[in-house]
Write a protein that binds this ligand. Structure first.
Ligand code: AHM
Ligand code: MG
Length: 351
């Protein structure tokens, strides 16, 4: 076993970075790691058992839920309930947050926001999917934890991470002191440290967005797209387009190779598609910790004050120089309406 450091060992070692910590956060991360291994097992055998396809239920956004969405949602809620370290789980798959009422959890001091299985429309065709999570400290000091305990800005996150179920399975997380990645070794059933202190290149040559929505993009995004597609040897343009349609996989690749991921506002998603609490904030925390930037086109994602559980946001995230350039184009070319969006994040405007 020499040379191998498991996620469990690493978490315990890192607890020393928080001298007053009593181990609750470490146990919470451990619980998430365990649930993700169970989800991984099911994702891996998805083609073999009767678990593919629609579950027949619809989540709050009106999207059909895949069976594995439902399974993953239950697994994480159940692991977090039995772990006893968090009092609320807010998940993309539930209309309301789930309050954990067991005697131990009632006084627990953490809140977890989670997208149990992101990119699940890709499952049926064997494309990488992921889990995204974010951990906050409870703010209220007495009684039951309430909605305002969940609606915190991304800057309040104490930890965030994702699991990518891909050609190998990896768990990547941060507690605000850098980003570390662990690859699941199926032979021993453990996540092992494989990507210590991950850093996103300052600049890359990959851009990822759903270009099919081009006609509905804000002017600033259209101008940025023109910029990345122009031939210029000095800046290594045109850049390469890579879009999996699975946020975790697209951002994971860009984190390693350098690049920008954009999901802007569009006519059909006037506030953006991705959810602030379950997708944008945790990814923003990780990418910032790796040296990158996450913006809604006008402002830092993690400084947006959330006003509702399933709030959406546009997102421009990745290598520092690339996001800065895209933000510049948004500032220069976006319509007054787009800029108005920047000023009233969280409020729907008519596109
Ligand atoms: P989901 O949470 O319903 O799975 O949707 C989120 C996914 C992201 O993973 C992905 O980047 C994006 O939606 C793709 O959207 P689109 O198909 O519009 O390009
Ligand atoms: Mg999602």
């Amino acid at each position: 076993m020499s040379g191998i450091k498991t996620l469990g060992q690493f978490i315990i070692e890192k607890q020393a970075d928080f001298p007053y910590a009593k181990g609750e956060l470490s146990r919470l991360l451990r619980d998430i790691g365990i649930a993700s291994k169970i989800v991984n097992r099911e994702v891996n055998k998805a083609g073999l058992v009767d678990i593919l396809g629609e579950a027949g239920t619809v989540n709050i956004q009106g999207e059909g839920q895949k069976k594995l969405d439902v399974f993953a949602n239950l697994q994480f809620i159940s692991a977090l309930t039995s772990g006893g370290e968090c009092c609320i789980v807010a998940t993309e798959e539930e209309d309301e947050f789930v309050r954990i009422d067991s005697p131990v959890s009632k006084n627990a001091k953490y809140i977890v926001c989670i997208d149990p299985l992101d990119g699940s429309s890709n499952i049926d065709c064997n494309v990488a999917v992921g889990t995204i999570f974010s951990i906050y400290r409870r703010k209220s000091t007495e009684g039951e934890a309430v909605l305002s305990d969940v609606l915190q800005k991304g800057t309040e996150q104490v930890a965030a991470g994702y699991v990518i179920y891909g050609s190998s399975t990896m768990l990547v997380y941060t507690t605000g002191k850098g980003v570390n990645g662990f690859t699941l070794d199926p032979s021993i059933g453990e996540f092992c440290l494989s990507h210590p202190n991950m850093k996103i290149p300052e600049h890359g040559n990959i851009y990822s967005l759903n270009e099919g929505n081009y006609v509905h993009f804000p002017e600033g995004v259209k101008k940025y797209l023109k910029y990345v597609q122009v031939h210029d040897e000095r800046t290594n343009r045109p850049y390469t387009s890579r879009y999996i349609g699975s946020m975790v996989a697209d951002i994971h690749r860009n984190l390693i190779k350098g690049g920008i991921y954009i999901y802007p506002t569009t006519a059909s998603s006037p506030n953006g598609k991705l959810r602030l609490l379950y997708e944008c904030n945790p990814m923003a925390f990780i990418v910032e910790q790796a040296g990158g930037i996450a913006s809604d086109g006008f402002r830092r994602i993690m400084e947006i004050e959330p006003s509702e559980l399933h709030e959406r946001s546009s997102i421009f995230i990745g290598s520092r120089e690339m996001v800065t350039m895209a933000e510049g184009m948004m500032a220069e070319y976006s319509s007054e309406q787009d800029k108005h969006y920047g000023a009233v994040v969280g409020k729907v405007f008519q596109a």
